[in-house]
Design a protein around this ligand. Sequence first.
Ligand code: NAD
Length: 251
Amino acid sequence: MRLDGKVALITGGASGIGLATSRKFVREGAKVVIADINLDQAEAAAAAIAAEGFEGSVAAVRVNVSVFAEVEAAVARAVEVFGKLDVIFNNAGIAGGKPLLEHDPVADYEPIIRVDQDGVYYGILAAGRQFRAQGTGGVIISTSSIYGEQAAELSFTYSAAKAAVISFTRSAAYELAEYGVRAVAITPGRVGTPIINQFSEELKAVFASEQLRNKLTEPEEIANVVAFLASDEANVINGTVVSVDDGYSVF
Ligand code: NAD
């Protein structure tokens, strides 16, 4: 199996892309710690995956990725439960936004930056230190967005945070290569998760029409790519962005 023997920490693992990736990783032979701010949902996700025949392969931990000490503790928990860390998927995120000139400069800026930007920085720092201490190398995958590469309506702050994820990825690959660490960012388009499902059917149809298959991406389709990127088969993919947007960016 593609991820046999690997240990992964997946932030935002209780829902959407993170949940699909947690399940995929376990099916590919990995041990997974689902780390989420919603502990009840993380524990339920871990129990559901365990009940699919993977008892002992999945655990849950509460983390607020905006707090560095909590991210460090989640990394430590993965090491405590499964003995080491090989992969971190910095995927927890929140969305939302207003037209720029209607912003409250605190309320419409800080929460998204704290989660989507600082949370990824903290994940890279905490996992990078663990990888260096282990001397085993490691893989850092972080969820950016199509909005990290282009402007979009109501996304001023979100776009900035997601652009930072791409920059962090390049710099992490550069700085951590000497420790055998790879870093990759993914840019999903429109994925059918709670972030998107909150919108009206009309708006979801518009989102779908902006992708070449004219449908929302399934979280499992993103998970398939993340599993490949986390595997040794992807050893030459480093410091770059892997687009998983079903052609959104050709328009
Ligand atoms: P989701 O809402 O289903 O999952 C996000 C998860 O992150 C939730 O389980 C939530 O509890 C958790 N979370 C939120 N804040 C947290 C925090 N401070 N600490 C720890 N966990 C926290 O949404 P999703 O679509 O699966 O989103 C996953 C990632 O994909 C996000 O980074 C999002 O920005 C990105 N993304 C999503 C889409 C899309 O169309 N769904 C597109 C591009 C990028």
